[in-house]
Design a protein around this ligand. Sequence first.
Ligand SMILES: O=C(O)CCC(=O)C(=O)O
Ligand SMILES: [Mn+2]
Length: 191
Amino acid sequence: MKITLPDADIEYVSNFYNAEQASLLFNDLHQKLLWRHDDILMFGKQIKIPRLQAWYSDNDLSYRYSNMTLESQALTPILRQVQRKISEYSQHEFNAVLANLYRNQSDSVGWHSDDEIELGTNPVIASLSLGAERDFQLKHIKTKEKVTLALAPGSLLIMRGTTQHYWQHCIPKRSRNIMPRINLTFRKVLY
Ligand SMILES: O=C(O)CCC(=O)C(=O)O
Ligand SMILES: [Mn+2]
């Protein structure tokens, strides 16, 4: 399904993996990925980011953002299998995946665009959701138009074209209890 928004090209596939496959994948990745609790430099202080992360890439590409460098691991066979399925569907090549683990409702990611210089202009970002459903918000940087999409387990969100240039996105904290969620964002790092 196409999400129709100005200056964006966003596709949402609700059942990219069915419920059973999504739950198996969640359990496997939850147990086996090398989850790290990284620090971010904020106002001169090192503070823990509100989620766990793991960075996997071909060719040992490291990943720098917000003053952190994530050390790369080679993709596991399961990540490779997921990458292949997403590449086939999207007709796009990826060479890296950032995994996020939101342990509960207090974990989040703040407003940002996936606009790191290493991703080039108009990057294609494919984002697979597993575990609990979480709200994903988008905000246009000029008009401030805001939309909320609920990302269901097994769903795939593909952002293309100028999306990262005009829109920021976030996963907000919530006050009601929410179970863990894993998100895999596949990217193509150019150098
Ligand atoms: O968890 C999500 O759906 C989004 C994660 C994200 O925006 C990122 O890792 O850049
Ligand atoms: Mn992002």
